[in-house]
Design a protein around this ligand. Structure first.
Ligand code: CO
Length: 427
């Protein structure tokens, strides 16, 4: 069942990937998924539900079929990160008594202007020492707004004439603290203390919008719709009660915005997890994993560019999804999207059989185009992929606008995909 309250809660409580993953983990555990220790030997049982995390910011959950678990898997993947401004803690300095100035690095392809002149919170992961002296790395957030990046006055700078911000010199956050130590102490959970410099400078702290998500009729405006809407729909589809006909897997990965690393979708986390799963169920046959992947289908879930009434020239007039008319299947001749023909045909048939809306998106032939983790997963695993997601406006802005009904329809389509008894198309 789609729950608007649950979606809004997830958006509000997930200022960074370090917060999204614990939220998803709690939700999945409520639905019977048991955490697996990556350092342990996994004893997996048919019908079992499991999850494992990496770096505190990526998560893979899977639900094994009761029978013939190696025939195929129905999979979904999405990302937990979003473009943001990361604090450069080593450069923190007092701008004035009681005023801390912390420059930033730009993470991912962020739209800069919306970050200025608004209340911001600080959130991320802090190195701490607990009461027994052990080093811990825990998600933290101020919750309350504590920072602002003020614009210069328009009398002194031509802000309306294509002004470019210099991220090194002009985007420092200003915070009402007497020093960095005071900010870190305010962030530390009870029973833990922040480390001294220079270890405290290793903290991964980001600025985040402090304003709560807003629903305006069917419109949803919030930070990080890209890609928390897909994460929420995928997690909810994995939590449905009805037993699936085959193995299900959901991957939630950090670092989509920047690429390959320890915890990213293109790294070893997904193949190594699938290898352990296939080995456990395939009794160690080296053919288990490639057999399983050859028979599987993976949906790469990420938001799509919705047709923008103020900028119609940026969109193909026919092949652009409209807000509120359902998720969109994405195509691109040069393969920024990994959708294969059989996967597209299967999904459009599934949507028709399930009476759910499914739009399509192909970027203009004369424009640039973003990409997704779809092709990384397709190429590294040897699994057929379809790229799809809910359309939104202002992708990569601090606050993006989408539609509640599109996120609901995406969840329903994923639920139908996971329970569908029709055979998957061969790639
Ligand atoms: Co995205």
């Amino acid at each position: 069942m789609f729950s608007q309250d649950s979606l809004l809660d997830f958006l509000k409580e997930s200022p960074t990937a370090f917060h999204a993953v614990p939220w998803l983990s709690r939700r999945l555990q409520e639905a019977g998924y048991r955490p697996l220790d990556p350092r342990g030997e996994w004893a997996l049982e048919p019908g079992g539900r499991y999850l494992t995390t990496r770096n505190g910011s990526s998560l893979i959950a899977f639900r094994l079929a009761h029978q013939a678990p190696l025939d195929a898997a129905r999979m979904g993947v999405c990302h937990t990160d979003s473009p943001a401004l990361k604090l450069r803690l080593r450069d923190a300095a007092q701008a004035a008594p009681g005023l801390l100035k912390v420059p930033v690095e730009v993470y991912g392809g962020a739209t800069i202007a919306p970050w200025l002149d608004r209340p911001l919170q600080v959130a991320g992961r802090l190195p701490l020492r607990d009461s027994e002296g052990r080093m811990r790395f825990l998600p933290v957030a101020t919750r309350e707004p504590v920072a602002v990046i003020p614009n210069p006055p328009i009398h002194l700078a031509s802000l309306n004439d294509g002004f470019r911000y210099n991220p090194q010199t002009q985007l420092a956050a200003l915070l009402p603290y007497a020093g960095l130590g005071e900010l870190l102490a305010a962030l530390a959970p009870e029973g833990c203390s922040p480390l001294e410099a220079p270890l405290q400078h290793t903290a991964e702290l980001y600025l985040a919008d402090a304003q709560a998500p807003v629903a305006m009729g069917e419109l949803l405006q919030a930070p990080r719709l890209d890609n928390l809407t897909s994460c929420h729909a995928l997690a909810e589809a994995l939590c449905q009660e009805e037993p699936p006909a085959c193995t299900l897997l959901g991957g939630f990965f950090d670092l989509e915005e920047v690429g390959l690393n320890f915890q990213s979708a293109g790294g070893d986390f997904l193949p190594s997890t699938l290898l352990r799963l296939a080995n456990a169920l395939g009794e160690g046959s080296p053919q288990a994993l490639p057999r399983m992947m050859a028979a599987s289908l993976c949906l790469s879930l990420d938001v799509a560019h919705a047709f923008h009434p103020n900028f119609p020239e940026l969109f193909d007039p026919e092949d652009s999804p409209r807000l509120g008319q359902g998720p969109a299947l994405k195509f691109h001749a040069n393969q920024n999207f990994a959708t294969t023909l059989p996967a597209a045909a299967y999904l459009q048939d599934l949507a028709a059989r399930s009476q759910l809306p499914l739009q399509t998106f192909t970027p203009r032939s004369d424009s640039r185009c973003g990409s997704t983790i779809g092709r990384m997963v397709a190429g590294s695993l040897g699994v057929a992929v379809a790229d799809l997601g809910a359309p939104i406006w202002a992708m990569h802005s601090l606050r993006e606008t989408g539609s509640l009904s599109d996120t609901k329809a995406l969840q329903q389509l994923l639920q139908a995909f996971f329970l569908d008894k029709a055979p998957l198309p061969l790639p």
